[in-house]
Design a protein around this ligand. Structure first.
Ligand SMILES: *[C@@H]1O[C@H](CO)[C@@H](O)[C@H](O)[C@H]1NC(C)=O
Ligand SMILES: *[C@@H]1O[C@H](CO)[C@@H](O)[C@H](O)[C@H]1NC(C)=O
Ligand SMILES: *[C@@H]1O[C@H](CO)[C@@H](O)[C@H](O)[C@H]1NC(C)=O
Ligand SMILES: *[C@@H]1O[C@H](CO)[C@@H](O)[C@H](O)[C@H]1NC(C)=O
Ligand SMILES: *[C@@H]1O[C@H](CO)[C@@H](O)[C@H](O)[C@H]1NC(C)=O
Length: 359
């Protein structure tokens, strides 16, 4: 049954993608929380995929996909021929993939370094001292022209922090995930931030500072995935908690703020029970399990059974969660619905409360 049913599943899933179905937020950024910061009807670029974008309506982020060979242009809010759109997202393993010889690509862990995409592949170099690489203009500029910060994990791994202006259209005002009075806009892909005067609140729906009423502040989410510094207040030093991306978590620092950390081993996910990074099939974490894998079909997180699965394209979830036929379980090692329950910890409720202490 299974060889045949896979094709059917695939076509059904692709059908849903072509219809532009609602999908849970992918990868690192919590898209629901981001959508609550922008006015309804705005299209926001994907943080991980040049050809995907989201329609924001309230807290609902609806994934949309451009046609073949097209990239989403956040400023025109339209899909266009890939070569006409500046999209600085690249796969970290092959930063120059899809880029023309003679162009540049950003790194994922340094504000000052960049890759030159030469005929023989990617060559890493650094901007002159004190300058940042601006992936939008592909040039080295002063930090005031392209602010960029990195966050460093306890294991010494650093990552470039989120740049909301890669995702949000230039010139539109939007709110903040951690303050009622703060506003932001992107000027030439650079974030400009301010606060409303006279104790007014930033009204996300209207896009202006307005008198504070009960409802104007209701959209502030305190969502850590949207913090551009990785900061967030915390109590106990060393305490960790789950983040939006499976392979990341927050660690409470002695400075009293959470910083975003990435599991140091590839293929490891943060486990919310043992509170350490473990091989992904053992991680009990209600997160998007397409992240960090090249597989096309993966087990979905579940607290009830291993029968649900996701369809992934280059690590990005496409379409809604799917379910195997009754009596079948999804086994991602086999890539199929099978009769024998694989009993992966990530979808096996009986193991959800036992805790592992090895690291
Ligand atoms: C994402 O943000 C929404 C809106 O604030 C929130 O309800 C949801 O719990 C968040 N999801 C995660 C995984 O943090
Ligand atoms: C950055 O890219 C390297 C490969 O160039 C990869 O091994 C590493 O995991 C990436 N780090 C992050 C934080 O994405
Ligand atoms: C945006 O930056 C580019 C490249 O530096 C520059 O050519 C352009 O004039 C800038 N546009 C605005 C509106 O500042
Ligand atoms: C992860 O964090 C979110 C937000 O705090 C929470 O709603 C969710 O239940 C957590 N997931 C797990 C598996 O602990
Ligand atoms: C779940 O727990 C049972 C018994 O406690 C064990 O035999 C099984 O291997 C566990 N499964 C996973 C995936 O950890």
């Amino acid at each position: 049954m299974l060889g045949g049913s896979r094709n059917t599943i695939c076509l059904v899933v692709l059908g849903l993608v072509l219809c532009g179905c609602t999908a849970p937020a992918a990868a690192n950024v919590n898209m629901s929380a981001l959508c609550l910061m922008v006015t309804d009807g705005l299209y926001v670029a994907s943080e991980t995929d040049c050809s995907s974008y989201y329609l924001c309506e309230g807290a609902v982020a609806t994934l949309q996909t451009c046609g073949s060979g097209q990239y989403f242009d956040k400023n025109t809010q339209l899909c266009n021929t890939a070569s006409q759109v500046s999209c600085s997202i690249g796969s970290s393993a092959t930063p120059c993939a899809g880029k023309a010889v003679g162009t540049f690509a950003p790194t994922n862990n340094s504000c000052t370094d960049y890759y030159y995409c030469g005929a023989s592949g990617a060559q890493r170099s650094s901007c002159p001292n004190g300058e940042n690489f601006n992936p939008n203009t592909m040039s080295c500029v002063w930090p005031s022209q392209y602010p960029c910060t990195t966050v460093t994990a306890s294991d010494g791994v650093s990552a470039v922090s989120l740049n909301l202006c890669q995702m949000i259209k230039d010139g539109v005002y939007f709110g903040s995930s951690d303050s009622c009075t703060a506003w932001n806009y992107c000027n030439n892909n650079t974030l400009v931030t301010g606060t409303c005067p006279n104790s007014m609140d930033f009204n996300v729906a209207k896009g202006i500072c307005d008198y504070a009423v009960d409802t104007t502040c209701s959209q502030v989410t305190y969502d850590q995935s949207l913090s551009t510094t990785g900061a967030g207040k915390c109590g106990t030093v060393g305490e960790t908690k789950n983040a939006t991306a499976c392979n990341q978590f927050y660690l409470c620092q002695s400075s009293g703020v959470y910083t975003l950390q990435t599991c140091s081993q590839s293929g490891y996910y943060y486990d919310t029970i043992s509170k350490i990074c473990v091989p992904r099939m053992s991680a009990r974490n209600q997160c998007d399990r397409c992240v960090g894998t090249t597989k096309t079909f993966v087990n979905a997180y579940s607290a009830t059974s291993c029968s649900d699965y996701l369809y992934c394209v280059n690590g990005v979830q496409r379409g809604a969660e799917q379910q195997c036929p009754s009596g079948y379980y999804f086994n991602e090692d086999m890539g199929d619905c099978v009769i024998v329950d694989p009993d992966y910890a990530c979808c096996t409720p009986s193991n959800a409360t036992s805790s592992t202490t090895t690291s």
